[in-house]
Design a protein around this ligand. Structure first.
Ligand code: NI
Ligand code: MN
Length: 228
């Protein structure tokens, strides 16, 4: 089975390799339009959290309890999750990488906040570079545009997930500039249309990407997948 990445709405991405399910930012039950895979049924061997905001931590605690998944995030968020009673955890921080059963994971910078749902300090927000067997995936997390995306692009990204919603993160124009810096082979827009505040025309953005970059834009419906 080829590796598959499924967009579960907002910033939630489920990556299924031959042997592992890797769930990023599982904000599922809080979405106004519930995604086709619920927090009660989603599979996870690993849960990766980009930052502490509630629309990213989401259903982490309940999914981790049900599945026994290992939760990976920055040191501060992991400490907070341990206080919620989770013990299968792995703290990391920006710039650090570690080889897990699914492949190597590196925490990358993100320009954003990271306060946890109860107001606890959530450290610095991050993105992820996942070096899976034969493919490299980048999940930017919530971020504004930053020039060091050009450095991240040196990893030869096969598939990038970038926020385009504006207001809290990059909007369409800065996300287009991000594509030019990251130079991914394919790019999927996320973190838009969850609420009116971040409503965007993803097809129009995809047109710009197609015209101005060599990346292939892929606009996914919530619940649909891209094969790697
Ligand atoms: Ni956020
Ligand atoms: Mn967010």
């Amino acid at each position: 089975m080829a590796t598959k990445a499924t967009w579960l709405g907002h910033a939630c991405v489920l990556i299924r390799t031959e042997r592992h399910s890797i769930l990023i930012d599982p904000f599922l039950s809080g979405q106004p339009q519930p995604p086709p895979i619920s927090a009660q049924q989603v599979s996870a061997d690993f849960i990766l959290l980009t930052h502490g905001h509630v629309d990213h931590v989401g259903d982490t605690v309940s999914i981790a309890r049900r599945t026994g998944a290992t939760v990976i995030s920055n040191y501060e968020i992991i400490s907070w999750l341990q206080n919620q009673g989770l013990s299968k955890v792995h703290p990391m921080h920006i710039g650090g990488s570690y080889r897990f059963a699914f492949g190597r994971l590196k925490l990358t910078p993100a320009m954003h906040g990271s306060g946890l749902p109860d107001g606890s300090y959530g450290g610095n927000p991050c993105g992820f570079l996942l070096f899976l067997d034969g493919c490299t995936i980048y999940h930017a997390g919530d971020t504004g545009l930053f020039g060091d995306m050009a450095l991240l692009g040196e990893a030869k990204i096969d598939l990038a997930f970038l926020p385009i919603g504006d207001n809290f993160t990059m909007g369409p124009e800065d996300a287009l500039r991000a594509v030019k810096l990251l130079q991914p082979r394919r790019v999927v827009p996320i973190h838009y249309n969850t609420w009116d505040l971040i409503r965007q025309d993803a097809q129009a953005w995809a047109e710009m990407v197609r015209k101005e970059t060599s990346a292939e834009p892929i606009v996914l419906a919530v619940g649909s997948s891209v094969e790697l």
